[in-house]
Design a protein around this ligand. Structure first.
Ligand code: HEC
Length: 142
């Protein structure tokens, strides 16, 4: 009998804990994982520029250009969040894609100066979207 109560109390605590966790730390969006990977890839490019490893840079820039997209269910949520600003969101994503593609092409040709310029342009394309959406995105979803 005592044992049953102890088990009951234990289960109650466990279920309460996991409930509290759900409320306080929601699941990160898939987009966050995609962003983390792009951030790491930018670090790799910076590192490889100083080593003049153009081949590696080409590959990593292509990974950024072809980054995965969130699942359909999350895309719907992002569209609802952005509302009419979704056109900006998509446009920023397209600019990042185009710039990363150009960076890959320049790296393939081993044009160091151009690579550095496009790398800076790529960073600006990330920043532009972050400045417009990151804060409100976090407030909305977390
Ligand atoms: C179309 C808009 C958009 C573009 C373009 C974009 N980002 Fe993001 N990024 C976001 C949003 C929104 C968040 C916040 C996501 C979250 O907190 O779940 C974010 C968050 C991040 C984070 C933080 C992730 C974390 O651990 O919390 C990193 C790193 C990042 N982005 C890197 C990049 C890089 C590098 C690029 C360019 C190569 C880029 N982003 C381009 C929208 C964008």
């Amino acid at each position: 009998m005592k044992k049953n109560i102890a088990v009951g109390v234990f289960l109650l605590i466990v279920s309460h804990l996991s409930w509290a966790q759900d409320v306080e730390t929601p699941e990160p969006m898939a987009l966050q994982g995609i962003m983390k990977k792009m951030g790491q890839n930018m670090g790799v490019i910076a590192e490889e520029i100083s080593k003049e490893n153009w081949k590696t840079i080409e590959g990593v820039a292509l990974e950024i250009a072809e980054h995965p997209t969130p699942p359909f269910s999350e895309k719907i949520k992002i569209m609802a969040f952005a509302g009419s600003n979704i056109t900006y969101f998509k446009e920023y994503d397209a600019i990042t894609h185009k710039t990363a593609t150009r960076l890959a092409e320049t790296a393939r040709m081993g044009q160091g100066d151009e690579v550095i310029e496009l790398f800076s342009e790529l960073q600006k394309s990330c920043l532009a979207c972050h400045q417009m959406f990151r804060e409100s995105f976090k407030t909305h979803f977390y």
